[in-house]
Design a protein around this ligand. Structure first.
Ligand SMILES: [Cu+2]
Length: 331
């Protein structure tokens, strides 16, 4: 081989290597732990310890896979170029196996699997330890999935409400004449709700999660976990968010025709602000109860002018508050 062709070959290798490196670096670029961005490839680092654990475990495994990929595909590419037919390579037709090689390529993957399973199991156990003895949950929220909305009940606080797709998103998605311009002008189109779940910052919050009709799944990526909501089953989860903010998610289980239209919004506020909000909710609840007692036979309400079509506006589910689970009862 002359010097010119050697230089060309080296240049080709350099270009392929540079492309591989650039792709890996781009895919692993850090992202803000907020909403997903267009063309985001990597998972979010999140805003909780659980999310950070998952993100770091994922990144370690990602780089292990990158190293394995580079070694395996590098060896394949090298062999194919180095021992090609045009260079006079002759296959060894008598070769059947190599015990040494087989031992090596079985032992190394087993060691990698054990090495990654031990820390991963520790993290998963921590994630599912909702009733932690050292740091017990300070409050419990019961989450119930319905077709197609969520109900949040603040246990022992007598506060409960339904959270459903924001009215502006709902009108646009149901109106056939809606335009892309309308969608672009709508803030958080299909990712906003009328009433977000409000929780205090720096507080260990326990969730008990169930469903009333079909299987749903409550998922806010920034919190770092996803939990199935199954009729007749109470699942547990917990979170503790240090940073106040608004974190969005979706139902992550195919639950019917409007599965894509039951977003989740979690608003994390400072503790003092949470107390004020909770007090306001209680006052609103007692006012509503007093009104109901004063006027037991209310006339049928006329539909609002901007009401969504009845076919796609599910009725408010009637769930007995007595059916809630007391903290510490499950798990
Ligand atoms: Cu669902």
């Amino acid at each position: 081989m002359n010097a010119a062709s050697k230089a060309t070959r080296s240049l080709r290798y350099a270009i392929v290597l540079a492309a591989l490196t650039a792709t890996s670096a781009w895919a692993a670029a850090p992202v803000e732990p907020t909403d997903p961005v267009r063309w985001q490839l990597n998972m979010t680092p999140g805003v909780t310890a659980t999310a950070a654990n998952a993100y770091h475990a994922h990144m370690i495994m990602f780089w292990i896979c990158v190293v394995i990929g580079v070694i395996v595909f590098g060896a394949m590419a090298y062999s194919m170029f180095k021992f090609r037919h045009s260079k006079g390579a002759v296959p060894d037709k008598s070769f059947t196996h190599s015990t040494t090689l087989e031992l090596i390529w079985t032992t190394i993957p087993v060691l990698i699997l054990i090495g990654s399973a031990i820390p991963a199991t520790k993290l998963v156990m921590e994630e599912y330890n909702a009733t932690h003895d050292q740091t017990p949950a300070e409050m419990t929220v019961k989450i119930t999935g319905y077709q197609w909305m969520w109900q949040y009940e603040y246990i022992n606080e007598d506060v409960s409400f339904i959270s459903r797709l924001a009215r502006d998103s709902d009108s646009i998605r149901q109106e056939k004449a809606s335009t892309q311009a309308q969608i672009a002008a709508t803030n958080h189109y299909l990712r906003d709700v009328d009433k977000p779940l409000v929780i205090p910052a720096d507080t260990r919050v326990r969730f008990v999660i169930t469903a009333d009709d079909v299987i749903h799944a409550w998922w806010v990526p920034a919190l770092g976990w996803k939990q199935d909501a199954i009729p007749g089953v109470i699942n547990e989860a917990w979170t503790q968010v240090a940073r106040p903010g608004v974190y969005r998610g979706v139902c992550a289980e195919l639950c019917g025709k409007d599965h894509g239209f039951m977003p989740i919004v979690v608003k994390v506020v400072p503790k003092a602000e949470y107390k004020t909000w909770l007090a306001a909710q209680k006052t609103a609840n007692s006012d509503a109860a007093a009104t109901a007692i004063a006027a037991p036979v209310a006339p049928a309400a006329a539909p609002a002018a901007d009401a969504v079509p009845a076919t796609d506006a599910p009725a408010e589910p009637a769930v007995p508050v007595a059916a809630v689970v007391a903290p510490g009862a499950a798990g």
